[in-house]
Design a protein. Structure first.
Length: 303
């Protein structure tokens, strides 16, 4: 079954099976211009409509899951999103929302269309936008992008949102720094193999030994940590140099000390290559290399 036909069939089937819930499929523009198909859920008496993205369900269907099982799973998700114990109407009250608004950085040029409808602050080649983190007891780490229409509903300005987000982000999503060593151990679920372990420990000139990953405690939008993290100054003081910042994705960045080992031109090529081959379109941050100046404590695009 073709993708578009699959989405239409889901819309029709759920309309038949769950007539008490209004459903419709619409195209939604996500980060970096990625277009996804969202199943918009409308239940009478609620002011906010949850959206379920259908691409993952189509992939499951293509891999052998029956259409009936897909519908059953979607019914469960819809009931979880709109059940009696869940109240999303709080979002219309700014007093209920303001303390969970955080910053997120995205690519400026790749999101020029989106930025027409959201409050933002320009930063280098990026834009700082704002999201509300839903209460973890309700929706895990689900987020809602703050739009201009929300500001009108709340009778607040973009400057108001930015001030709350600057205070909330370090509190709710505190920065975390890991060495590549620690990251690799997490990935393989145990100690590093002896050869790799010795290579990192015993060779102080090994570039891997001075590579750090900066993210945040929630592991979402972790690249935003470079806006406020004290680890930048701590590392630059430790190495007595500035730092290169490689934008791995919107969720983390890689920090490297400025020295003769790392060639800026090579790093720029590597960033572009990795973005093209390894990072999904929605999670790409930038093709640029950044530089943290130890003297001014500012971040700029590396010259």
């Amino acid at each position: 079954m073709e993708r578009e036909a699959f989405f239409k069939k889901i819309e029709y089937a759920l309309g038949e099976y769950m007539p008490e819930v209004g459903v419709s499929v619409t195209e939604v523009t996500k980060n970096n211009g990625l277009i996804l198909h969202g199943l918009v859920i409308r239940r009478e008496g609620t002011k906010v409509s949850p959206t379920i993205y259908l691409e993952q369900f189509y992939d499951r269907y293509e891999n052998g899951t029956t259409f009936a099982d897909i519908i059953t799973d979607l019914e469960k998700v819809i009931n979880e999103c709109t059940g009696e114990g869940i109240n999303v109407d709080y979002f219309s009250d700014f007093e209920e929302v303001k303390d969970r608004i955080v910053c997120k950085i995205i690519n400026y040029d790749m999101n020029s269309g989106l930025l027409n409808s959201v409050p933002f602050v320009r930063w280098n080649d990026l834009a700082i936008v704002f999201c509300h983190i839903c209460d973890e007891s309700i929706a895990g780490y689900a987020t809602i992008l703050i739009r201009n229409s929300h500001l009108e509903m709340w009778h607040v300005t973009g400057e108001d949102i930015y001030e709350y987000a600057r205070k909330n982000t370090p509190r709710l999503m505190h920065d975390e720094l890991s060495t590549i060593d620690e990251l690799l151990k997490d990935m393989i679920g145990g100690p590093l193999p002896g050869g790799l372990r010795n290579g990192i420990d015993n060779d102080p000139d090994n570039p891997v030994a001075a590579m750090y990953v900066l993210t945040n405690s929630k592991r979402i939008f972790g690249a935003t940590s470079m806006l406020y993290s004290g680890y930048l100054k701590e590392l630059s003081d430790r190495f007595g140099s500035g730092l290169y910042i490689l934008p791995s994705s919107i969720h983390e960045v890689i920090l490297l000390p400025e020295n003769d080992v790392y060639d800026p031109d090579f790093m720029r090529e590597m960033i572009c290559e990795v973005n093209e081959s390894e990072v999904s379109l929605e999670e790409r941050l930038s093709d640029n290399l950044y530089y943290y100046d130890r003297n001014t404590e500012e971040i700029r695009i590396a010259g």
